[in-house]
Design a protein around this ligand. Structure first.
Ligand SMILES: [Zn+2]
Length: 408
């Protein structure tokens, strides 16, 4: 049995309010109580950790990533998922949703199966919440960095057995406008799985139909999606405008300082409000490893921090992105959740509390998990991150256990 742990003298971010001098009492894997220091009663035998004024928040949740710290989801090995879990936890991510890519179907199933087996184990790092499937059911016109050979419309004979066998699939990103896209949305909604519009070329009427048929979220805002097009002089709104307009849709930002300029991040927050947006890394295996040349799905990519002078912000040290070798496009993000929060504060003009909300509660809510995680409150999972004013992570607690930090 794990005893109780008390975190003392922290600045709590619940994330709906801040408690200037607060405590968190953890019993087993759940939060037992939070409050101000003058209300504290320390049960006998508790392990006491004085965080000396650092921030204490719910652990960060990454709902969209393909790899990190040398591990890749599509390699379908426990070893790679472990590498991810153990690296991510050092960046304050206490739980994550490994995300598959378009590939031969057997490979997708193999990756899903591996995630499903591995999530039952103690990874001594961040824990796996479930599975996010991105592709093959996407639009060829908006394939982005996904392999076109393995992109095709959804077929119930393929996805129903998969959904039946793996109840821990939490989200599927698909293009609702392709044949079978709306039926897929209905089926996912029936099962309480998030149907996300992504890699989609839909027009506004098609997005409305998607919403009517179960789609509730939009994957990586501005990346691989339609915007306004002109047909015979007439403007047709795409997924971008529809997402900004429709309250029914939530969305996510790759706030790595490269994928989106501050103006676009602010535009999304301005239109959607703080409650409808979450942060995702969408990272590949070079995340956390630093600059250099890497391979991504058979392509050579370069990881660097250089930003062209036309971009709104200057190159920031130690803030990298993966690009195709000719630098014509991004290959992926190599960021981590702590950096995204830092960027939202610096570039997105958010308070630390607001930025943390985007990386915790909002992610949980979008994936129907807010009953369990994403909030510092009684009876929620004790997934907790401790960090300083500059969002430098000092400690991570996963299900009540200190997994990272000098207090271990
Ligand atoms: Zn994508």
């Amino acid at each position: 049995m794990v005893g109780r742990v008390v975190l003392l003298n922290g600045k709590l971010i619940t994330p709906f309010r801040e408690i200037e001098k607060g405590f968190v009492l953890i019993g087993e894997d759940l939060i037992e109580k939070i409050g101000t220091m003058d209300e504290i009663i320390i049960p006998e035998g508790s392990k006491i950790i004085d965080v000396q004024g650092l921030y204490i928040s719910p652990g960060f949740i990454d709902s969209h990533l393909h790899g990190a710290f040398g591990g890749s989801v599509m390699s379908a090995t426990e070893k790679d998922l472990r590498l991810m879990a153990q690296g991510l936890v050092k960046c304050g991510t206490t739980s994550f949703i490994p995300t598959t890519l378009s590939a031969p179907w057997e490979k997708v199933v193999k990756a899903v199966d591996c995630i499903s087996q591995t999530m039952k184990k103690d990874l001594q790092g961040a824990r796996i919440l479930g599975i996010h499937i991105e592709g093959p059911y996407i639009s060829l016109e908006q394939k982005g960095a996904q392999n076109p050979e393995h992109i095709y419309p959804p077929n119930p004979e393929q996805y129903i057995p998969l959904l039946d066998k793996y109840p821990n699939i939490l989200r599927i990103t698909a293009a609702p406008e392709i044949p079978g896209g709306l039926e897929l949305g209905q089926e996912l909604k029936r099962r309480n799985i998030v149907a996300a519009i992504g890699h989609s070329n839909a027009t506004y009427p098609q997005v409305l139909q998607a919403v009517e048929n179960g789609y509730s979220h939009v994957t990586h805002m501005f990346s691989a999606m339609s915007g306004i097009q002109r047909i015979k002089g007439y403007r047709i709104s795409g997924v971008i405008e529809s997402t900004l307009l429709l309250d029914e849709l939530t969305t996510e930002l790759i706030a790595d300082g490269h994928h989106l300029p501050p103006s676009l991040m602010k535009l999304v927050l301005h239109c959607k409000g703080i409650g409808k947006v979450c942060l995702v890394t969408d990272s590949m295996q070079a995340a956390g490893l630093g600059p250099g040349k890497y391979e991504l799905g058979g392509l050579e990519v370069i990881v660097e921090s250089e930003i062209p002078e036309e971009f709104e912000i200057q190159t920031q040290e130690n803030n990298y992105v993966a690009k195709l070798i000719d630098r014509s496009a991004f290959a992926s993000s190599v960021s981590t959740m702590d950096k995204l929060i830092k960027n939202m504060v610096k570039q997105g003009d958010l308070s630390i509390r607001q930025a943390v909300q985007l990386a915790t509660y909002n992610v949980a809510k979008i994936h129907y998990l807010e009953n369990k995680i994403g909030i510092l409150a009684e009876n929620k999972k004790a997934d907790i991150t401790v960090f300083d004013e500059g969002i430098n992570v000092k400690m991570s607690i996963v299900e009540g256990k200190v997994v990272y930090g000098s207090w271990q």
